[in-house]
Design a protein around this ligand. Sequence first.
Ligand code: NAI
Length: 477
Amino acid sequence: MTKTPITIARGDGIGPEIMDATLQILEAGGAQLDTEEIEIGEKVYERGVMTGIEDSSWASLRKTKVFLKAPIFTPMGGGFKSLNVTVRKTMGFYANVRPCVAYAPYVDSLFPDMDMVVVRENEEDLYAGIEYRNTQDVRTALKVISRPGSERIIRYAFEYAKANNRKKVTCMIKDNIMKVADGLFYQVFQEIGEDYPDIEKERYIIDIGAARIAARPGDFDVVVTENLYGDIISDIAAEVTGSVGLGISANIGDHGAMFEAMHGTAPDIAGQGIANPSGLLLGAVMMLVHIGQNDVAGKVHNAWLKTIEDGIHTGDLYKDGISARNVGTDEFAKAVIERMGEKPEKLPVRDYGSGGGALKLPPVRERVTQKKVLDGVDVFVDWEGAPDDLAAIINDNLADGLTLKIISNRGVKVWPDGAPETFCSDSWRLRMIGDTATHTQIAAQLSKLHEAGLDFTGTENLYSFDGEAGYTKAQGE
Ligand code: NAI
């Protein structure tokens, strides 16, 4: 078997100890790896590299396209950037995959049958980082959801389910409130789901979905969701497994993938030889499946399960009555190596099949061009006063062909016929509609508002696509 090149980073704190243990176990399992090491984290930050990774290290990541990463120290503040975010964004890792499995009774969990995977979109949503202070009192953060972005992550979830013999994919969204953005994500889920007739599809509104994960995680198989919801539910799911310390995370894109443990550098126990290497090891097992060394993945995973089952535990897992021996990092690695080829008797045996390596997704579907019509414009203005007074100023300063339809404040209609109870901030939305609106009219309208002494802080054009409005109504409209 030819060796697969991979990039590794030993990281900070307990990183080097758990990486050494992991690599020893992988070698004993017969993994065919050609490792290249890069330096990331604390020492690189100390050299003044704000991202925690040297420019020269990108070449290795671009070449091997597979990154096994130990935890690193992330400095707070001071302009330093999170290395994880930098690597994820630079390499285009659009999928964050987090298997959440209970290992009861060896690890306490209220849900011994839990074995679910959260597939989280990694690039869009509120994480696009587009935020504004619009007025003195109002700030906004833009939620970005694209059709191709949604399609890629949803396709990934279904293909992952298919390749891993999973029976159900659940989509979690809040499309009852965010009808346009989350509505698109769910619509794409329904469309892509049609290509997978053998997989059960399910939909949850994120709030009740998150509650269900906390209360009945055994009901779930694969869950696909947007970035922010995924951030929250993957932590809930990891927590209810009973051991965040065994949690793993894979970041996957078209140009490579990164595998790591969820835990951090554990500075309190660094250098003592007592850290548990299991998180990084299980991340490495996912990596072996990704590079097509499925038989080794199964062998290593089963040897690890047998070790846990035999009660050979590091201090973080050790429990009187359940554990047989409290061991250090090296001894734990030796115990796993001694059990190579054995299978667990009580915990479920893992079988990764023969596998074809990284999931190969079909290209994003061809785009069908829709008829786009400009209906009008929402203009946001910074103003203080009563809604009727603002309406009077606007109606005296309308561009030809545009009419003022509504004024809203914080999304609630305040004119015409607003409720006296509505609290108004200093940021107002004026919705102007035309029978045949044009960009020239909108530009003329902005000039008129400026001449009338109004500070317009932003605009959003209102478009319809194939006759369907691409914008929401204000509450109460
Ligand atoms: P942590 O996960 O490092 O530690 C939390 C607790 O869990 C500590 O008591 C620690 O001893 C224990 N622990 C963690 N991993 C363990 C292991 N493998 N074996 C035995 N015990 C383990 O979280 P903390 O203290 O919040 O963060 C420490 C540092 O790690 C920070 O600088 C943080 O930025 C960084 N970090 C890095 C991550 C990454 O590179 N992916 C992820 C999370 C945190």
